[in-house]
Write a protein that binds this ligand. Structure first.
Ligand SMILES: [Fe+2]
Length: 513
């Protein structure tokens, strides 16, 4: 078990190791904090073979806008090859500015591939907790294994983040968060804690919502233990939004202001690189990451560019009978630019495993009865032409093993992906795993069981449990564990393995593990 997330240092009582490796001295207006400025923890992300992003945000009064004056505050960082910081290999400083919520995104270069590092920050005499991070393996190497988790849907009110407590103790190389990192609205039943305030629409309100979530010690521990990759889904902005449209804010111009505030707050609170920083209501978060010859991760954004929901007349994209609009060729989930980027990324992926990390279930899931087809319009079933183009890209370029991972559904799914969903029993060309929610309440279990029966390419579906999936990749196989938390209403709850699946190298399709 790692204890580093809980370790805190006060500048006046620095140990000898730290004293031997001083921070850089930076110029700037001296600042003293009346409370811990590192209340939101620390994080790392965007791991490359020679670089990583180190994140923190100064917030001595986290739920009240951060509590800092409108001035730049110098923040020093250190990165070391050991946990006691006797081998500091780089340090530097950043200006934490009010316009970016006093967040810090230090992009540390010149690191060695495939090894752990430890990092911390200092500002105004206060020291942050210590985080552990890890670079990606060298491009030409084939690591024996890569392990990661892919959590999603952490509804603060509906449970505690004991899944993250469990995750932080594991031996993982990476966490890939697939969205719904916050929830903008209060919903569901049996709340264990409350947002306390209404739906955020301004930058200040979104900052406070992130701060509320990030005050959670278990979430902080999971950030401090591993580098993260992250993409958003809808609830970082507004329920079921599509591009510039939301059923909650009908005027697109008004909604784009909400989206700009939400994207800005997301960037400020995640260990994202500068290239993902929003410009107004737009931000590029789709990107690829390489783990040697073993793994390529392709991160997608299926919210920002998607066509309006089909078959619902401008309303909320619920489950409705099929209609001609749904299958229109022009409908897009990723937008033309991202679609072209993805096609090129799939074409050039030479890794043993190509993991397409996106927001929701890709496999078709017909919810119809008595021959009448019904589909949920917010997922890929609302965008079948876009899905076909994506699967055509896989079928054409033939990456060695394509694995699609998703979240959003608050349910576990394992499915075979055939090139043509209309012929779902054809040999699969890819394999899909969808993770259940960290806490968010899932769909009706009886209806899901009926859908499972009616969709034979879907091999597993379960919505009555919470937790997160783990993946272990080796050159020979991909092993996926569906981890389940006993009771998300408890602050501490044991996690057990609910199901294990494998994908053998060269053989697409779900197999029991
Ligand atoms: Fe969700």
């Amino acid at each position: 078990m790692r204890s580093l997330a809980r370790r805190r240092f006060i500048a006046t009582s620095l140990g000898s190791a730290a004293a031997a490796a001083p921070f850089v001295q930076v110029r700037g207006q001296p600042v003293t904090f009346t409370a811990d400025p590192f209340s939101l923890g620390i994080a790392s992300g965007a791991p490359r073979e020679d670089s990583v992003v180190l994140w923190t945000r100064l917030a001595p009064r986290p739920l009240d806008g951060g509590g800092l004056p409108d001035q730049a505050i110098p923040v020093e960082w250190q990165i070391a090859e050991d946990e006691s910081f006797s081998k500091v290999i780089a340090n530097g400083s950043e200006q934490a500015v009010a316009a970016l919520g006093h967040s810090v995104h230090a992009e540390v270069q010149g690191l060695k591939p495939g090894r752990p590092y430890w990092y911390r920050f200092r500002a105004g005499g206060a020291l942050s907790p210590i985080g552990r991070t890890q670079t990606a393996p060298a491009a030409g190497s084939t690591p024996a294994r890569v392990r990661f988790a892919f959590p999603s849907c952490q509804m603060y009110e509906q449970g505690y983040f004991a899944s993250y407590r469990d995750m932080a103790r594991r031996d993982l190389d990476l966490v890939i968060h697939l969205g719904d990192y916050i929830y903008e609205k209060s919903w569901g039943s049996n709340h264990v804690r409350k947002h306390e305030v209404g739906i955020p629409t301004t930058l200040a309100e979104f900052r406070d919502r992130y701060a509320l979530y990030k005050l959670d010690a278990d979430l902080q521990a999971a950030h401090a233990a591993f580098p993260w990759l992250a993409i958003w889904d809808d609830h970082e902005v507004a329920d079921d939004y599509a591009d510039d449209r939301s059923y909650t804010t009908r005027d697109p111009a008004q909604f784009l202001k909400v989206r700009a505030a939400a994207y800005q707050a997301y960037w400020e609170h995640m260990p994202l690189p500068a290239r993902a920083r929003p410009k107004g209501p737009s931000a590029t978060i789709y990107e690829s990451y390489r783990y040697g010859q073993l793994l390529d991760v392709l991160l997608l954004d299926d919210r920002q560019y998607r066509s309006q929901p089909a078959c619902v007349g401008g309303g909320r994209p619920t489950t409705v009978p099929d209609c001609p609009e749904r299958t229109e060729e022009a409908r897009t989930m990723l937008g033309a630019a991202q679609e072209a980027w993805l096609d090129a990324a799939i074409r050039t992926s030479k890794a043993r495993w190509t993991v397409v990390a996106q927001q929701t279930l890709m496999a078709e899931l017909d919810r119809g009865e008595a021959g009448a087809r019904r589909f949920w319009m917010d997922g890929w079933d609302g965008y079948p032409a876009a899905r076909r183009r994506l699967l055509d890209s896989i079928a054409t370029h033939k990456p060695r093993n394509a694995v699609v991972i998703g979240g959003d559904r608050h349910a576990y799914f394992a499915a075979d992906l055939a090139r043509d969903p209309a012929r779902p029993t054809a040999p699969p060309i890819a394999t899909e795993f969808v993770g259940t929610s960290i806490t968010a309440q899932g769909p009706n279990a009886t209806a899901l069981a009926a859908a499972l029966k009616a969709n034979s390419h879907v091999k597993y579906a379960r919505s009555d449990i919470h937790g997160y999936p783990t993946v272990e990749l080796t050159p020979a196989r991909c092993t996926v564990g569906f981890e389940a938390i006993g009771d998300e209403k408890q602050k501490q709850s044991p996690v057990r393995r609910l199901a294990t699946f494998v994908v053998e190298d060269g053989v697409a399709g779900v197999k029991p593990g």
